[in-house]
Design a protein around this ligand. Structure first.
Ligand code: UD2
Length: 311
């Protein structure tokens, strides 16, 4: 059994990752500044004797050193981030601090403490608006936001450190993650979390465009499992892989599942497509299968039903 340090432990992906690590018998030290993380996300983890939480910012002077010196983890799963693409547009400096500098600090902490593995939350945003589908890892990386650029820079920082100082680095390029605990607060939150909140409130949703746009929606449970594998499987080598399902689901298909569950809610309204919206996005899952033995197991429909059932 391993001891994992999870940054961003109280976030959407972080909390599910902690839950799965603990369920598998590992020890977890969590770290979160609670900027977007929430205490209630850690309700289950907090009941485990194998879980310790530190309420600190990764970028605070000496914070990582102190936590790592005390915990002596085997690996770091670095998920703490400025998670909003939109916020990276309005505050690029904050994006740089939380999404680039923070990663450098993690890389340095891994080096100075001799930590042998780092798993990093990268994103399909590094590919920009490519129309060459499915998106493969070798596809040109042309980010179109400070957020995407920061994720790409972070991958390079970590992989360079890993190669120089003998640490295995896995960069996980998440596609459109959905599931329980995703914050629906902003209009730029993931579409499924927005739809979930509106249907629960009995309100009609708005579809931008005709709803035929598709995304590679992956359940947060699959994403957490991919993190667990990347952090703990013994024979893993450094690299980057898409964490996706390889399947495209349209917004109309998403809405159909909600409408079955909420027949009393009015039909969706349609609005003009969002500026800059891409029509189709779908990843190739083969590299993750080869490097990690990971394949997504939850279908978009099953994941949606679980979200609707449990919230
Ligand atoms: C992701 C980013 C977005 C931007 C984009 C670049 C997130 C949550 N979003 O958007 O910020 O970087 O990638 O490609 O990381 N939609 C509706 N109704 C709503 C909300 C959304 O129809 O109330 C549509 C939206 O116009 C889009 C689809 O749903 O066509 C998916 O939207 P999304 O923001 O969940 O994800 P995505 O991949 O478009």
């Amino acid at each position: 059994m391993a001891h994992l340090l999870v940054t961003g432990a109280a976030g959407f992906i972080g909390s599910h990752t902690c839950d799965q690590l603990l369920a598998a018998g590992h020890t977890v030290t969590g770290l979160d500044n609670f900027r977007s993380g929430r205490h209630e996300n850690l309700a289950a983890a907090g009941r485990s004797p194998c879980f310790t939480l530190h309420e600190v910012d990764v970028t605070a002077t000496g914070a990582l050193d102190r936590v790592i010196s005390a915990a002596r983890p085997d690996a770091i799963i670095h998920l703490a981030a400025l998670v909003s693409v939109q916020e990276s547009m309005t505050d690029p400096a904050l994006n740089f601090a939380l999404n680039v500098q923070a990663t450098h600090l993690v890389a340095e902490a891994a080096r100075s403490h001799g930590i042998r593995r780092v798993v990093f939350a990268s994103s399909a945003a590094i590919y920009g608006d490519t129309t060459d589908l499915p998106i493969r890892e070798a596809t040109d990386k042309k980010p179109i936001s400070p957020y995407g650029a920061a994720k790409l820079a972070s991958e390079a920082l970590l992989l360079g450190h890993g190669a120089a100082f003998g640490c295995t680095v896995r960069c996980q390029r998440y596609f459109n993650v959905f599931g329980p605990r995703q914050d629906p607060a902003s209009p730029y939150s993931g579409v499924i979390s927005i739809f979930d909140r509106r249907y629960r409130a009995g309100k009609a949703v708005t579809i931008y465009g005709d709803g035929s746009q598709t995304r590679d929606f992956i359940s947060v449970h699959d994403v957490a499992r991919a993190n667990l594998i990347a952090a703990t499987r013994p024979d893993v080598r450094s690299g980057a892989a898409n964490i996706c399902t390889g399947r495209a689901t349209s917004l109309l298909e998403v809405v159909a599942v909600f409408r079955q569950q909420y027949p009393e809610v009015a039909a969706p309204t349609h609005a003009a497509p969002r500026t800059g919206d891409i029509i189709h996005s779908r990843g190739a899952p083969d590299d993750a299968a080869a490097a990690l033995g990971f394949r997504a197991a939850v279908s978009a429909e099953d994941g949606l039903r679980e979200l609707i059932r449990t919230g």
